[in-house]
Design a protein around this ligand. Structure first.
Ligand code: 2BA
Length: 109
């Protein structure tokens, strides 16, 4: 058995959950925050048999889109004035960041 942890953008979460559930996957949604942008994102937990992993990954790849976001740099730099000011930077936030883990034990009470 495997546990898939998928970090996706909030904009894709609803459609992704519907599509995964329609294909018979069990899903838990967590409201999470990215460490770099400090913006909300969504983390999904999917537990399932090994042979279901490929089908889940295909859905995640199909539904989740990359987007550009402008963020304020976490480390302000000194400008000509010598004043430290945050500056905007553009980052591409991925379609999805996915971890696939082996599950040692699975119980339901
Ligand atoms: P954030 O940490 O808010 O990162 C958002 C995006 O900012 C990243 O997109 C990446 O394009 C950029 N970024 C992150 N750290 C950076 C850095 N030190 N310097 C420059 N740019 C940086 P993604 O890579 O697609 O990641 C989207 C979200 O997935 C992340 O949000 C984080 O919540 C999660 N994530 C990504 N890789 C992870 C990992 N190895 N472990 C845990 N969570 C991860």
């Amino acid at each position: 058995m495997k546990l898939i942890i998928a970090i996706v953008q909030d904009e894709d979460a609803s459609r992704l959950i519907s599509t995964l559930m329609n294909e018979g996957h069990s899903v838990t949604k967590l409201a999470t925050t990215g460490g770099f942008l400090r913006a909300g994102n969504t983390t999904l937990l999917l537990g399932g048999e090994d042979e279901r992993v490929e089908s889940a990954l295909k859905v995640i790849e199909k539904v989740c889109k990359s987007r550009k976001q402008v963020a304020t740099s976490p480390s302000p730099v000194a400008g000509a004035s010598g004043v430290y000011a945050p500056y905007p930077i553009e980052v591409v936030v991925g379609g999805a960041t996915v971890f696939v883990l082996n599950v040692e034990q699975f119980v339901k009470f």
